[in-house]
Write a protein that binds this ligand. Sequence first.
Ligand SMILES: Cc1cc2nc3c(=O)[nH]c(=O)nc-3n(C[C@H](O)[C@H](O)[C@H](O)COP(=O)(O)OP(=O)(O)OC[C@H]3O[C@@H](n4cnc5c(N)ncnc54)[C@H](O)[C@@H]3O)c2cc1C
Length: 370
Amino acid sequence: MQNYDVIVLGAGINGCGIAEKLVSNGKQVLLLDKSGVGQGTSSKSSRLIHGGLRYLETGQLHLVYESLHDRQRLVEKYPDLVAYKRFFLPIYKSSPRPGWMIRIGLWLYDVLSGSRLAGRSRKENKEDFLARFKAFCREDLRSVLSYVDAKTHDRELTRRVADDFQDLGGRVIVHCEIEKLEWTDSSFIMQSSAGGFSAPVLVNATGPWMDEVNEKFNLPAKFQIRKVSGIHLIFEGLIVPELMFMQTREKRIFFIIPEPENDQTIIGTTEREENCLMEDVHAQEEDIQYLLDQVNAYLKTEHQFLREDVRDIYIGVRPLVRRIGELSDVSREYKLDLHTKGETRLLHVFGGKLTTYLSLAENVAKVLGK
Ligand SMILES: Cc1cc2nc3c(=O)[nH]c(=O)nc-3n(C[C@H](O)[C@H](O)[C@H](O)COP(=O)(O)OP(=O)(O)OC[C@H]3O[C@@H](n4cnc5c(N)ncnc54)[C@H](O)[C@@H]3O)c2cc1C
């Protein structure tokens, strides 16, 4: 049996971030994953490090503020992996939100960001936009705005955090299946495909697998996960020269994300409530067609996409938080759920975006204290 101060379950961005924070505080930490580092939701996102412009509409100012500050810290910490980019936001006659409302939202976003480095939102010249974004329709285009957010590569960022954790002396074991978990007054005792481990503190950072893990090992929890999947479509080549924030008529949003480094463009995402086990979550043809229809609505006929133009599709599941017995989300903010028994502590991490992993990890370290 190998003993540690803390065992962290799940090597997604949150598990890796927490493990790195705890090892830098001098703890002996073991990070376990049943598949690989960043193989879960942390490699299926829109790859944005952002405040979440749309959360302003629902008044989640704290979430936006925290995310924008984490964004700044990540740009400074990993300049080769997280970079500021300008996002273009064309407003057509069919736009569900008037231009003035979006301008106020962007102004507030700039204020909350507080960063001079990022650059400010602004009004773009319509003719310049049409000249550069050649596939877009001129008809009914009212104005074009732009703002700044950051872009990353989610899996590479997660792997970098895991590497930093190992450089600080932490241990990662992947493809590790936990066979048995016993919780006594003095420690968690685990039998796994990689051997036996024990620690007085267990952090459960299994993201959308959380409920399945809690049920399997009979662990108590105050919250549950609401699994909401989202797909992204990948197209060959650079469809647009800059990143785009687009609105659908039904007030939903989607992004068009050119990736010059991979000579591809990503379009996403969708939202679908999933009530099955994680292994049964698959991309639905209906969602693929939905995204194609949404983007085609803005494009000239000769530039519209067909199903066969889609080179690849990926699907991820958002681990949103809900209180047990309630159907709606608590909010898009994460929740830390602490349970104690004798000398031991169990901490579940519910929710948490890629963008906010730094503050989440710091809060976990505070909750666990010494
Ligand atoms: C479509 C979509 C788009 C998104 N876009 C963005 C975005 O642009 N920006 C942003 O900030 N956020 C975005 N998010 C949210 C973000 O990606 C997730 O909230 C975040 O990646 C969750 O990380 P996590 O570490 O909690 O979970 P995960 O990355 O899913 O990690 C959980 C890990 O637990 C492991 N695991 C499961 N069961 C076990 C077990 N029994 N034993 C050991 N290990 C186990 C899994 O293998 C997995 O590696 C998006 C999410 C989705 C779905």
